[in-house]
Structure formats: C-alpha cells, structure tokens
Design a binder for this molecule. Structure first.
Ligand code: UD1
Length: 420
C-alpha cells in the first residue's frame, strides 16, 4: 500500500555514535514460515518491526496459527494449521511469501498460492523452487495465475542440484525436506547466513540437517517438529547501510549486536576505500572514515561475495568517492532503479544493462527523490544524509519493508532526519 509519508533530511551532518543492529528480515521471514511446521508454540526473539514481518504474521494467521508480537518477540502457536491457501493480496504485498510453500507442503500436504510474478528487481522466476519440489513428490499445477501444489502421499527426499544457488529455493527445499520421508541432498545450495539461521531454528525443532552454510546440505527427514525458542540473527545489510551512512559523512560509528563474520563480503571494500574497521568479540564493530577512495570494480555475487542487497547503498557511497567505480550486478537484472534518483541528488552515474559506472563528485545537493524498491530507498537515505541542503524521500512503503524506524536510527546517530 502506498505510504504518503516522507523523510525530510537536512544533509551534511556527520553520522557518529553507537547503534544496535536489528534482526534480519531475510532470516525472520523463512523462520516465521518454519514455525508453521512445529506442532506447538515457538518463541522468536530479535524479530524486526517491519511491514514484511507483519505480512508474514498475517499469512500465519490465515493458515490457522496464532501469532502475537510484543516488542521484538513473536510467538507463533502452530498446533493447528487448518489453511493451505495464501491469499492473493498477501502474495502481492510480499513476493517472498513464496517461502511458505515448502513449509505448508510439509505440514499439510497442500498449498495454493497465486503466482508471485515480477517484482521491482525484475522477473524473479521460481522455476528452481518448483522443479525441486516436484522431484520431492509434489504435484504442481499452474493455472489461471495460481499454483496448486499437493503431495498426496507426502513428500520424499531427493537429490537436488540447483543450477544457481538461489536463497529462496534453498529455503523452500530445506523446509520441505525436514519432514519428508528419507534423505534430501541439496547441491550448489545457497550459503547465505540466513540459510544457517533457518537451519539452526529447524535443528532446535528436531530437524536433522548437516552442511548449512556450505554448498552441499544434507537433510534426514524426521516425523514431526516440535516448537522451540530462537533469536533471529542480526541484519548484515542494515549494518552495512549504517556503515555506508557513516563513511559518506566521514563519521565514526560503533555497531553493536552485529555479526562481522557475515559482513565479509563488503567490509574489505570499505577498508580499501579508506575506512578503519576494528571488530571486537560480542558482535561489536568500530568504523571511522576520513577520506573515500573509489574501489575500481564491485561485482555482486552469491554469498560469500559482495551482496546484491548492499549494492545500492554502495553506489551512493561511491558517488562521493575520489575516482570511478564500475558496478556489475550479476544477481538481478533490474537493480539500478535508484540511479536516476541519485543523479537528481547530483551524482554522476551512467548505467548500461547490468553495469553502472559511478564517477565520484565533490558534493551532492538535496532534492526531492522517490524510492522504488527497498535497498534503492536505503541508498537515497545514505546519499541525502551527505547532500548539502534538504532532501525529501517518498516511497517509504518500500523502505519500511526492511528498515526498522530508519529516521529514529539515523537521528540517534546525529542525522537531521524526520518523517512527516
Ligand atoms: C533473497 C533475498 C534478497 C536477496 C537475494 C539474493 C529474501 C526474502 N530475499 O531473494 O533480499 O537480494 O536472496 O541474495 O531472503 N532465480 C531463478 N529461478 C528461481 C529462483 C531464483 O532464476 O527459481 C534467480 C532470480 O531471478 C535471481 C537470482 O536467481 O536473478 C537470485 O535469486 P534468489 O537467490 O532466489 O533470491 P531470493 O530468494 O528471491
């Protein structure tokens, strides 16, 4: 739903201070879906307050679960999962609702959902999810824009080789495999930290999984899962966005409740750009930055490479670096939609297909800009915090999907930012 609010930012203030990183959206969503597999009440901590999390809770409620959120703790009571259809409105609201497919098939043997279709990042097909689930015994019909999936005899284990290490497909296969009959092997599995987090939750529920975080994951199906208590891991992309905001304003920041080991895809890039970074035990990281040198090339890759989700904030950062950076986006075909808005703020960027060339400029200047997707919206905040004068950012419905109260977060770090 369109959000009529906007962020008003008076740029040029240094971003400095200490901030705690909230839980990861991309961990919370599959774990909420996994909670539907556990027969009883699971308690999830460190769940971020985001519109995508609200959407996931509404899906659980439509399926017959009882979902309560109190602060950052969500309780999911899944003793009775009576529904098996994800309403079209929720599917349209959040394309990642597809991650309920594997869990529902495992729990009820049936799932009906509308075809997710394209999204703001491009076509985003789900062929890998479907072919894997078919291999595991699901019958899937695609008709009139709907996917109707049934597993009349239950799911069974299978050997699955993914042609690309898709995060969502790996999650759906895991969710389907944990209670399937027999053993499932996932080859060329996604290795993202969010896969590890989901596996940890499932393992606490009684699942038998080995190899999460590696290219081959093996799952020995069990009869049923019991509920558990789990804390969602920190959001490595939100952490990176705070770092970009501090670096672009030549600030100094301490992140707490983060996981530096999950941030290795981009921390070396920040260091090469001139940032001083120190990590401490207990999820703490210090960064200061006085001068920004442009890295020659940034190529997005599956984990452990440079994450596609932090590409947009880095294009903002490189806009004010000394030199030129070539970005190559290898994961999504349409991930430079924020670039025309950065140009409005004074950036010098040319795009050609999956490549964009950012030529650092001396200064950015405030302007009215519009977010058209989540991480692109974060890039606009980063740029506006450094731009001279006032910027207004609309399209907050995208930013609120993945950033918990960004105006409060950046205000606590010295930014002049408010939501009106
Ligand atoms: C997840 C993340 C998203 C992140 C992305 C890549 C969530 C909720 N979202 O998205 O923030 O940017 O991983 O790190 O966790 N593909 C196919 N066929 C498929 C599945 C995927 O061709 O069946 C393609 C996609 O179109 C895309 C690429 O594979 O080009 C990567 O997609 P995938 O890893 O599946 O991303 P998501 O799980 O959708």
């Amino acid at each position: 739903m369109e959000n009529r609010q906007k962020l008003v930012i008076n740029g040029g203030k240094r971003i400095e201070g200490e901030i705690s990183v909230h839980g990861a959206k991309n961990s919370a969503l599959p774990i909420l879906s996994a909670a539907a597999l556990a027969h009883g009440e699971s308690v999830l901590h460190n769940v971020p307050t985001l519109t995508d999390v609200d959407a996931a809770c509404r899906i659980l409620t439509t399926l017959g679960c009882k979902c309560r959120k109190s602060g950052n703790t969500v309780t999911v009571e899944a003793s009775n999962v009576t529904g098996s259809e994800i309403p079209d409105t929720l599917m349209r609201e959040m394309r990642s609702s597809i991650v309920f497919l594997g869990a529902l098939l495992g729990r009820t043997g049936h799932c009906r959902l509308s075809f997710p279709g394209g999204c703001e990042l491009g076509a985003r097909p789900i062929d890998l999810h479907i072919s894997a689930l078919r291999k595991m015994g699901a019958e899937i019909n695609e008709e009139h824009g709907y996917l109707d999936c049934v597993a009349p005899d239950g799911l069974h284990g299978a050997k699955i080789s993914l042609s690309f290490p898709s995060v969502g497909a790996t999650e759906n296969i895991l969710l389907a495999a944990v209670t399937a009959k027999g053993c499932t092997e996932i080859h060329n599995a996604a290795r993202e930290p969010e896969i590890v987090d989901l596996s940890e939750f499932l393992t606490k529920c009684g699942a038998k999984i080995s190899g999460a975080g590696e290219s081959v994951i093996t799952v020995e199906g069990v009869r049923r899962l019991e509920p558990c208590e789990h804390s969602v891991s920190p959001d490595r992309i939100v952490a990176g966005t705070y770092l970009c905001a501090a670096a672009i304003t030549h600030g100094e920041i301490i992140l707490t409740h983060c996981d530096p080991s999950a941030m290795n895809g981009y921390l070396p890039v920040l260091e090469a750009m001139g940032a001083k970074i120190y990590t401490y035990g207990g999820g703490k990281l210090y960064m200061s930055c006085k001068r920004l040198k442009a890295p020659p090339t940034i190529r997005t890759m599956p984990y452990p490479g440079f994450p596609t989700d932090i590409q947009a904030p880095f294009t903002a950062l490189c806009s004010l670096a000394e030199g030129t950076t070539v970005f190559v986006e290898t994961i999504f075909e349409n991930r430079f939609r924020h670039v025309p808005e950065l140009i409005r703020l004074g950036a010098s960027i040319r795009t050609e297909g999956r490549v964009c060339v950012v030529q650092g400029v001396r200064s950015l200047s405030g302007a009215k800009v519009r977010a058209s997707e989540l991480r692109g919206g974060a890039a606009l905040i980063v740029a506006a915090l450094a731009a001279e004068g006032t910027s207004e950012i609309t399209g907050l419905e995208f930013i609120d999907r993945g950033y918990e109260a960004p105006e409060k977060a950046f205000r606590s770090l010295g930014g002049d930012i408010r939501r009106v």
